[in-house]
Design a protein around this ligand. Structure first.
Ligand SMILES: [Zn+2]
Length: 293
């Protein structure tokens, strides 16, 4: 009796071992997935949007990391090689380095598909850079309404790149779109009492946001640099006269002068990072700071 129990036990153990081995073998042969295709984007908010649409169907690689200044960015060799391995490159639209990259990457990978995520966005001019300059304001992503166009462009592009997963992309896109619509409605309500009022910003990165909700953005920096001494008084007077209660400063632009100037202006300093992956959080912080000050 005791002997039989032991044999049964050993037999069971053997069966279990064989089954485990078979499953493991089967998994290593059948379960081997082909390497996922890469889509490269320029900035982290794009990565945030695109990942919500593609889920795990693509790997989303991003050129700029947090803290990089998009206007002074030089892509490394590694970054360029990564683009060449990508199935597509999604430009945000008006950042200087993108033009250089797209040309180089295409020369080395003629199959690389290039999409402009800002297609269809009504651009602002004269709100960025040297006064009087009519260059397109590049900060298109700092606006919920623009984001709706950006994600629509992304959605159409991924369906074109991978039509067999269209159903998944459509579901994800619809969810994202309705979240953005709710966010825009919320901001419009919150900011309605502030319509026509001004806020200060070191670097003019919120032109589109201001435009969406009828706010006035007053930027402090001078032609992308510190304010020259002979202009300090004028800047401080303009800022004070605007009645603005908040001064936004960004880590990627040098703003040590902002704090000194603000001793005279007396606004509340709020640090923002429009290059943040957590785009919704960032937009909420901006809207709240304006609504509550
Ligand atoms: Zn800028």
């Amino acid at each position: 009796m005791g002997m039989k129990v032991k044999i049964d036990y050993l037999l069971k153990l053997k069966i279990v071992a064989v089954v485990v081995l078979c499953v493991a073998l089967l998994h290593s042969c059948v379960g081997k997935e082909p390497e996922k295709s890469i889509i490269t984007v320029s900035i982290l908010p794009q990565k945030y949007f695109l990942e919500q649409i593609v889920g795990d169907k693509f790997v989303v690689s991003c050129m700029l990391n947090e803290g990089n200044n998009p206007e002074a960015y030089e892509p490394s060799m590694t970054h360029l090689i990564n683009i060449e391995k990508s199935k597509a490159y999604f430009c945000i639209g008006y950042i200087g380095f993108e033009y250089a990259i797209v040309g180089k990457a295409r020369a080395n990978n003629p199959d690389l598909k290039i999409y402009n995520n800002s297609k269809g966005i009504e651009v602002l001019r004269g709100t960025h850079g040297v006064p009087g300059d009519e260059e397109v304001d590049p900060h298109v992503w700092s606006s919920v309404r623009n984001a709706m166009q950006i994600v629509q462009n992304m959605y159409e592009a991924v369906v074109e790149l991978d039509p067999k997963n269209e159903k998944t992309y459509t579901e994800n896109y619809n969810r994202l779109k309705s979240n953005l619509e709710s966010l825009d409605k919320k901001f419009a309500n919150m900011l309605e009492p502030k319509r026509g009022s001004a806020f200060l910003v070191w670097h003019p990165s919120l032109s589109y946001f201001a435009n969406d909700y009828g706010l006035r953005q007053i930027s402090i920096e001078y032609e992308g640099k510190e304010v020259p001494i002979n202009m300090l008084k004028e800047k401080i007077d303009t800022a004070k006269a605007s009645g603005a209660k908040v001064l936004f400063i960004q880590q990627e632009f040098d703003s040590s002068q902002a704090e000194t100037l603000n001793e005279e202006i007396g606004a509340k300093i709020v640090r923002i990072n429009p290059m943040n992956y957590n785009w919704v959080e960032e937009m909420e912080d901006i809207a709240n700071a304006i609504a509550n000050n």
